[in-house]
Write a protein that binds this ligand. Structure first.
Ligand SMILES: *Cc1c(COP(=O)(O)O)cnc(C)c1O
Length: 374
């Protein structure tokens, strides 16, 4: 059996090596390393895949969140609601822009923001909300949109982890994660479901005005060269990364299916364990399994992780520390709720190996080792 890896990007590369090498070499030979043709082509192809009207590529997923916030004309001290159990990027750029992150708790089973806590966290200064589609499934967006409409909040979806996940509204309408709010953001960090061979990101929106503004901000605040209308930043997707992503995009659905097949095996294999809670999926969302995350007793979690490591099964803890416990945020965030669930999750979650190249024998081995843990 091959060594089990948390993520295996090299085997995935080997399977598409010829097309990938050709695309990369073409870019090297083109001399157009910034804003080359593949950038626009990729944006169009991604728009077709996601159903977003406009895709604005940028340098990474954190920049995408920052530029999205910059486009909203918020004032220093304005508040933006974010979940406390997630990667730091969203809350970080809120603070960076002199805005205030308001942290709310998440659902203990789906790990996505608890929509029942949004209203109580809203103040007259609240201007936006950033639901994060964590680990591969869409947050419960219908109530998020209802509350946003009622209170006049912008909705920016942090869709770094869930590209391709589909959300179904109660009237049957289906939309992809990232195309539901005012702006959606994407990351092409190598370990995301659509990963570049370096950094990359994008913003998605259906609003023409917003699209123009996002594009302008990402390009030093200019839409005509050397005419800078507003203070922006420099955030571009490299031509080389766009060319690489163009090779991978046609495989994205296949990659998602491979992740789902692995998740289904985990689900069945771990079903009988009463001491372990398997990854759960919200009924309104499909799951694209950027992570397969289980929950165990906090007293056992670290021991289970060391035991699995000894058996050759790598695991990761996403995320070990709640955002409100991060030293960087001391005195800089408002707690929108007690954040008890977030604290419990940080002590009880464990993410199992999940990528497109896991072999059946490896998955069976992982399941067997977990079952044997006592
Ligand atoms: C990866 C990630 C980001 C940031 O993406 P980068 O491309 O690394 O800047 C933002 N939010 C979430 C939830 C992520 O997982």
């Amino acid at each position: 059996m091959k060594t089990i890896q948390m993520v295996d990007l090299t085997t995935q590369y080997e399977r598409i090596r010829e097309d990938m090498n050709r695309a990369a070499l073409e870019t090297l030979r083109s001399g157009k390393y910034i804003n080359g043709l593949p950038v626009q082509q990729f944006a169009e192809e991604l728009a077709a895949f996601t159903g977003a009207r406009y895709i604005i590529p940028c340098a990474n997923g954190t920049d995408a969140l920052q530029i999205a916030l910059m486009s909203l004309d918020l004032q220093p001290g304005d508040e933006v609601i974010v979940p406390a159990f997630t990667y730091i990027a969203g809350a970080e750029v809120i603070a960076l822009l002199q805005l205030k992150p308001v942290l709310i708790d998440v659902d203990p089973h789906t790990f996505n923001l608890d929509v029942n806590q949004i209203e109580a966290a809203i103040s007259p200064k609240t201007k936006a909300i950033i639901p994060v589609h964590l680990f591969g499934q869409t947050a419960d967006m219908e109530p998020v949109l209802q509350i946003a409409r009622q209170y006049g909040l912008f909705v920016i979806e942090d869709n770094a982890q869930s590209i391709g996940s589909v959300y179904t509204f109660s009237d049957g309408t289906k939309k992809q994660a990232g195309t539901i709010g005012n702006i959606g953001t994407l990351s092409f960090f190598p370990t995301k479901n659509l990963g570049a061979y370096g950094d990359g990101g994008a913003m998605m929106t259906d609003n023409e005005q917003l699209a123009k503004r996002l594009k302008m901000i990402a390009s030093h605040g200019q839409s005509v060269k050397y005419q800078h209308e507003i203070v922006g930043c420099n955030s571009r997707l490299d031509t080389l990364q766009a060319a690489i992503l163009r090779v991978k995009l046609p495989y994205l659905q296949e990659y998602i299916e491979a992740r789902r097949a692995t998740a289904a095996r985990y689900d069945t294999g771990l079903e009988t364990l009463d001491w372990l809670e398997r990854s759960a999926c919200h009924p309104a969302s499909t799951h694209v399994y950027n992570q397969y995350t289980v929950k165990v007793n906090p007293l056992q979690r670290n021991d289970l992780q060391s035991y699995l490591k000894e058996k050759g099964v790598p695991t990761m803890i996403y995320y070990p520390m709640p955002l409100h416990r991060q030293p960087a945020f001391e005195g800089r965030v408002r707690l929108g709720s007690d954040l008890k669930i977030t604290e419990q999750l940080c002590d009880s979650v464990l993410s199992l190996p999940m990528h497109t190249e896991l072999e059946d024998s490896q998955i069976e081995y992982i399941i067997e080792q977990i079952i044997r843990y006592e």
